[in-house]
Design a protein around this ligand. Structure first.
Ligand code: AVJ
Length: 313
């Protein structure tokens, strides 16, 4: 098994030696990055979180109606307010009959989430699993009916190949009686999309630049955050928001732990994130390719976000 430090070193070396420089978006989420992301979720321009929450408020009853007992699995954890909407709508009160099974890379995040939920729901059992859900789906227990959830539009951060791999992985472990509830951001007006990733207060800019802090700290690098601009735009050809960090001037940045110097031209960018937006047609295609069949689509009145209920075909 490769450690976080080894993986980061490998990803940064490869990403910053390629033609289009890149840093994987998973490195955004150190402590400060996670805090900034939470702040993004409360921004007026950032519609996805609020919209997904409104969908859950409205449809939690319908989502939970076929699920009277079993494992409520969450891929990634930390957003208890989404799980709470589902638990509140369960047939039995206080989470009775349900075991909550979150998978997350962070043991402390799992611990905190579990403690809070156990305090709130006296009948709930919790089994936290320290695991990267893009690799360790095999750790999900299979001795009960399961409602597997992937909230927040996380699937949008994956390339087509990565998304296909994840969906196939989930599909492969599903049996009759299991359901998969996945959140997806949808294709919409470009101005709305671009505003959500270029907020007026500059929180998304700080979130984007913070990935350079992560590299500075973990790999003894010398990135000067003031010498990079936050750039986010909608690529209409590939239906995705792209985030970049653009060098304000030519410079050389040392990464001591990699024994490496990275040269930047004026204006050159590091690609830090894609956030795909899905049309219903495209979503259906990737579900079907993974052997999954959509049963119900839960969406808001504007169609800005979707929660899709999938079963194995
Ligand atoms: C956490 C992946 C859903 O893509 O919208 C927010 C991350 N990036 N603002 C997204 C993010 C910039 C977010 N996801």
């Amino acid at each position: 098994m490769t450690s976080y430090a080894e993986e980061l070193a490998r990803d940064i070396r490869a990403g910053l030696s390629s033609g289009q420089k890149q840093i994987p978006s998973k490195y955004f989420y150190d402590e400060r990055g996670s805090r900034l992301f939470e702040e993004i979720c409360r921004l007026p321009e950032y519609y996805p979180t609020r919209t997904e929450m409104a969908i859950l408020e409205e449809h939690a009853g319908a989502i939970m109606e076929p699920f009277t007992a079993g494992d409520l699995v969450e891929m990634g954890s930390g957003a208890n307010w989404k799980i709470c909407r589902l638990l509140d709508a369960a047939a039995q009160p206080h989470g009775a009959g349900i075991r909550y099974v979150p998978l997350d890379v962070s043991e402390s995040a799992l611990q905190a989430a579990a403690e809070e939920l156990i305090r709130m729901y006296g009948g709930l059992e919790v089994l936290g699993i320290v695991a990267d859900f893009t690799r360790n789906l095999d750790r999900i227990p299979d001795d009960a009916d399961r409602l597997i959830t992937l909230f927040g539009g996380t699937i949008g951060n994956f390339t087509d190949a990565e998304a296909a791999e994840l969906l196939e992985g989930v599909s492969a472990l599903m049996r009759r009686g299991d359901r998969f509830l996945i959140g997806m951001d949808t294709v919409k007006d470009t101005d709305l999309l671009e505003a959500a990733y270029n907020d007026a207060r500059g929180i998304t800019a700080a979130f984007n630049k913070n990935v350079l802090n992560v590299v500075n700290r973990e790999l003894c690098a010398t990135f000067d955050l003031d010498l990079f601009d936050h750039v986010a735009f909608y690529n209409e050809t590939s239906d995705q928001i792209e985030m970049h960090l653009a060098a304000r001037q030519a410079m050389a940045v040392e990464i001591a732990a990699l024994d490496m110097v990275v040269e930047f031209e004026n204006g050159e960018t590091i690609h830090t994130e894609i956030s795909r937006k899905f049309s219903r047609e495209r979503a259906i295609r990737i579900f079907e390719d993974a052997g999954l069949a959509p049963q119900r689509w839960f969406t808001d009145e504007n169609g800005w976000f979707s929660l899709v209920e999938l079963v194995r075909r």
